[in-house]
Design a protein around this ligand. Structure first.
Ligand code: MG
Length: 387
């Protein structure tokens, strides 16, 4: 955090605790002077306004994972406006998660933000949003991300700074190559040159051919594997993990079926590589159950309802001595990816390439520089709408 931001945050906390509340956050932002931002905490005629619209993210290449092939991802883009400042968020719905644009819109219609006096009641607001239904995780994440963006903008700070993470510690991100023909895999491996880790989607009969195609282009680059539950039993999975270890892989994600935790614990106990839970884990309440079953967990905002819970999962996993990976859904825009990137300085591995896979990103924010996640110096979740 630079000194200006440190000074600002200190000042913001003092102003808040002393009850010195001035209006005009939007004016202050127009001046782009973070030190002069004043915090507006409600008052007459200040309401949060929620807006949303469907958007279809289009992939640069059709994208295959164990079981299907897709050309894009349906999204809902969300805005929450308060006192002239807009927070942006999104819900991303790859088909296997069971949410749709229609189900997200139906959920968002139920959300009534008028009962809250300001976005600074973030914890109460998100507890309420979570209580509306049992599921709708991506829909909940869209509100969570927009609200974090809004509150960060009103404070003039990025969330990584609010949480006290050192942005420069953000890790490299892996670049994902889906299941495809050896020729396409070779081409994608060439395109992945700027990234220092390649994530390979395995779980088909052609696993070894696919890895050989990558190795013909990149003989030594570190690889990680996401089997997406595709390895059919524990012995086969363990054999494949040993083979992966010999071929320069550094960890393995979700080797077998998500409910098969006994066999998974058996694999982890014997595995020469760290194992990471993805489909087996959804939310904060699942983290403890993964201890001893996997080496680490993969946190994704669309699964866990957003940044508030993702941050808690990260801290709990750390306290339990587990590794943490940060993931995303293929086809998320730079809003959700930049939001997730705010957590990245505190994780072991990141797979935040969802926005790199699409050719119609309406936002820009987090960038990959020399393979490394580089957060934008922007308040909130660190993304802006493209002109
Ligand atoms: Mg995965």
């Amino acid at each position: 955090m630079d000194q200006n931001r440190r000074d600002f945050l200190k000042k913001a906390v003092i102003m808040t605790s002393a009850g010195i509340l001035a209006g005009g956050a939007s004016d202050a932002f127009a001046s782009n002077d973070k030190k002069s931002v004043s915090i507006s905490r409600g008052g007459v005629n200040k309401k949060m306004t929620l807006r949303y619209k469907p958007f279809d993210a289009k992939f640069i290449h059709p994208f295959g994972v164990s079981g299907n092939m897709r050309t894009g991802t349906p999204l809902i883009l969300v805005e929450i406006e308060y006192d002239g400042v807009i927070g942006y968020g999104e819900a991303a719905m790859p088909p296997y998660l069971g949410e749709t644009q229609a189900s997200v819109i139906e959920f968002l219609k139920k959300v009534n933000l008028d009962q809250f006096s300001s976005p600074f009641e973030l914890d109460d607001i998100l507890t309420y949003v979570d209580s509306i239904t049992a599921y709708n995780f991506a829909a909940k994440a869209s509100i969570d991300i927009a609200l974090h963006d809004l509150v960060g903008k009103l404070l003039g700070a990025r969330w990584c700074d609010i949480w006290g993470y050192t942005a420069s510690k953000a890790p490299t991100t892996s670049y994902t190559i889906g299941i495809d023909t050896p020729e396409v895999v070779r081409q994608k491996t060439i395109e992945a040159a700027p990234y220092s880790i390649i994530k390979v989607k395995l779980g088909s009969e052609d696993d070894k051919k696919l890895v050989e195609a990558i190795r013909s282009v990149e003989p030594t680059k570190p690889l990680c594997v996401d089997a997406n539950q595709g390895w059919k039993d524990k012995s086969y999975a363990l054999d494949m993990i040993h083979w992966c270890k010999e071929n320069g892989f550094i960890f393995v994600e979700q080797p077998i079926g998500k409910y098969n935790l006994d066999d998974m614990a058996w694999i982890t106990e014997r595995s020469p590589l760290p194992t990471v839970a993805d489909e087996s884990i959804q939310r904060l309440s699942d983290v403890k159950k993964m201890q001893g079953v996997f080496t680490g967990i993969n946190i994704k905002l669309m699964k866990c309802t957003g940044l508030r819970e993702g941050h808690k999962m990260l801290e709990l996993a750390r306290a339990l001595g587990m590794k943490v990976m940060l993931g995303c859904m293929s086809g998320e825009t730079s809003v959700a990816i930049s939001a997730a990137a705010q957590l990245s300085p505190a994780v072991d591995w990141a797979d935040l390439d969802g926005n790199l896979l699409i050719n119609n990103d309406p936002f820009e924010g987090m960038k990959i520089v020399d393979g490394k996640i580089t957060l934008a110096d922007l308040p909130g979740v660190g993304a802006v709408k493209r002109k």
